[in-house]
Design a protein around this ligand. Structure first.
Ligand SMILES: Nc1ncnc2c1ncn2[C@@H]1O[C@H](COP(=O)(O)OP(=O)(O)OP(=O)(O)O)[C@@H](O)[C@H]1O
Ligand SMILES: [Mg+2]
Length: 139
């Protein structure tokens, strides 16, 4: 799937992604700082009915949310992680193989721990209000 979108289109883009990849648990978000990874994740979480107040997990590596259907989901940001041992210490594999959705920013340092199958969403800046994403399965 591909989309060029502004912030007003986020709800629709999120809905399209969830319809296109309904059963996918591991979602990687690739893109430079300010590309709009967190913004898109927040919108997807809203579509999923996340009740919690969302914040960026930059300082905690992982935030856990619950949806109105009582599903858990995890939002990771590995930007500040320095080595893979830290990932092991937070129990990364338990999260990834939990069967719950995992939304992951800056996954480059933890690719070793990923399951074989994951969804990769790559976001590029077109102009200050516009982004272009491509979403494809890796398996
Ligand atoms: N179409 C768009 N989609 C998403 N964000 C947009 C769009 N247009 C403008 N923006 C703005 O771009 C910024 C994106 O910031 P965001 O925190 O989502 O980026 P990020 O990719 O998570 O960065 P970081 O790597 O620092 O975590 C926000 O200020 C948002 O308002
Ligand atoms: Mg972010």
């Amino acid at each position: 799937m591909e989309a060029t979108y502004s912030e007003q289109d986020l709800t629709e883009v999120s809905q399209d992604l969830l319809e296109q990849f309904p059963d996918q648990k591991i979602w990687l978000f690739i893109g430079e700082m300010g590309a709009g990874k967190t913004t898109l994740i927040k919108s997807i979480c809203e579509r999923l009915g996340v009740l919690d107040e969302m914040s960026s997990p930059t300082f905690s590596i992982v935030n856990q949310y619950q949806t109105e259907k009582q599903e858990e989901l995890y939002h990771f940001d590995f930007y500040r992680m320095e080595d893979q041992e830290e990932a092991v210490n937070i129990g990364i594999e338990d999260y990834f193989f939990s069967g719950n959705r995992c939304f992951i920013e800056w996954p480059e340092i933890i690719t070793n721990f990923l399951p074989d199958k994951y969804l990769e969403i790559s976001i590029k800046l077109v102009d200050s209000n516009t982004r272009h994403l491509t979403a494809s399965m890796n398996e």
